[in-house]
Design a protein around this ligand. Structure first.
Ligand SMILES: Cc1cc2nc3c(=O)[nH]c(=O)nc-3n(C[C@H](O)[C@H](O)[C@H](O)COP(=O)(O)O)c2cc1C
Length: 315
């Protein structure tokens, strides 16, 4: 049996994924393109600015009315319309190498929430890893999904642990400990306990064995609901595992609750999301849009429906 210190020391000796020092800080000046070389970070960027919190503004087109589509007349909308004139670039996923499809999809479908998944192996080794192929699927039943890439080299420990123990917790990552969470993405052998790598604190769960992350303001205790290995069409070997989790308990730090005590205030949660490459995002601004009721908009919609020509082009 390894002691905490031995396990940690061995990890530090064997890890090649964590790099430090000036040689790794060589990404050149600010770019909006995602950095897919995750070992190189840009030290010439401005420092993180904690006071920038989430605030509500007016929506982009406050005067927008039914049927107006991309409303012209604002600089943003007009430049968007200009961009549309450039047309499309199209990839057939069948003919695109997986690595390129990964880059396209993970930079295009953004921002993605990140599940910080805590599991325990059958042998009792705790595991912690971030996963951004993640979403809440429904609230009744309360289900979430996490997808785990199934590398032929080594299935993810998270997958193996969920498969064998049928339990996990999903924790939401906030700005103050994002580096600690990111460090858990190191491709370490199964015997490595990423809690030691992160320095984060395990908090006992109510219903499942895997602990929650104490520093995470949102912790979801999950039981395995469904587990499916999926393969590309025509291929036999699965390349991804889709896990559905049934959320049994929801734990929220009181400090991030909104005034009503029953919802979360985004400006307090300061959640971190994943963009393409090694880029993370945080919340800046938001806006409210009221939901249309059929009752109040029926007349206008019926009128549009009767006057608009068929405008869906076909192949
Ligand atoms: C922000 C972030 C999101 C990630 N999302 C996923 C994901 O959705 N699925 C996946 O298989 N790996 C994902 N990874 C990579 C895993 O975290 C990484 O492979 C990790 O070593 C898996 O740990 P495990 O083997 O202990 O389960 C992500 C990494 C980061 C940094």
């Amino acid at each position: 049996m390894w002691t905490r210190t031995q396990r940690c020391w061995h990890f530090l000796q064997s890890s090649t994924a964590i790099t430090s020092g000036p040689s790794s800080h060589c990404r050149s000046i600010s770019t909006t393109h995602p950095n897919f070389n995750s070992t190189k970070l840009n030290s010439s960027l401005p420092p993180f600015s904690p006071p920038t919190g989430f605030r509500l503004t007016q929506p982009p087109n406050p005067e927008w009315d039914l049927g107006q589509g991309l409303k012209p007349g604002s600089p943003l909308n007009d430049s968007w319309a200009e961009g549309m004139k450039q047309g499309w670039k199209t990839w057939s996923t069948e003919n695109t190498p997986g690595r390129d499809t990964y880059k396209l999809l993970t930079s295009a479908v953004i921002p993605r929430p990140i599940a910080f998944v805590s599991t325990i192996s059958e042998d009792g080794v705790p595991n912690l890893a971030p996963m951004s192929y993640f979403s809440v699927l429904s609230h009744d039943p309360p289900l979430l999904s996490v997808s785990l890439l199934l590398s032929p080299r080594k299935p993810k420990d998270t997958r193996e642990n969920i498969k064998s123990t049928k339990e996990f917790t999903v924790n939401i990552i906030s700005e103050p400990f994002v580096e600690a969470a990111n460090a858990c993405s190191v491709e370490a052998p199964a015997r490595i306990d990423e809690w030691l790598v992160s320095g984060l604190t395990p908090e006992a769960s109510t219903h499942v064995k895997p602990p929650r992350v104490k520093e995470s303001a949102v912790g979801l205790e999950c039981e395995l609901y469904d587990f499916k290995d999926v393969a590309p069409p025509g291929a036999e070997k699965p390349t991804t595992t889709i896990v559905l989790g049934l959320i049994k308990y929801i734990h929220i730090h009181k400090a991030v609750l909104a005034e009503d005590g029953n919802t979360v205030d985004p400006s307090k949660l300061r959640p971190v999301a994943r963009l393409g490459g090694a880029t993370f995002a945080r919340l800046g601004e938001g806006f409210d849009l009221s939901r249309l009721t059929w009752k109040s908009s029926k007349e206008q919609i019926e009128k549009l429906h009767s006057t608009q020509p068929e405008n869906i082009p076909s192949r």
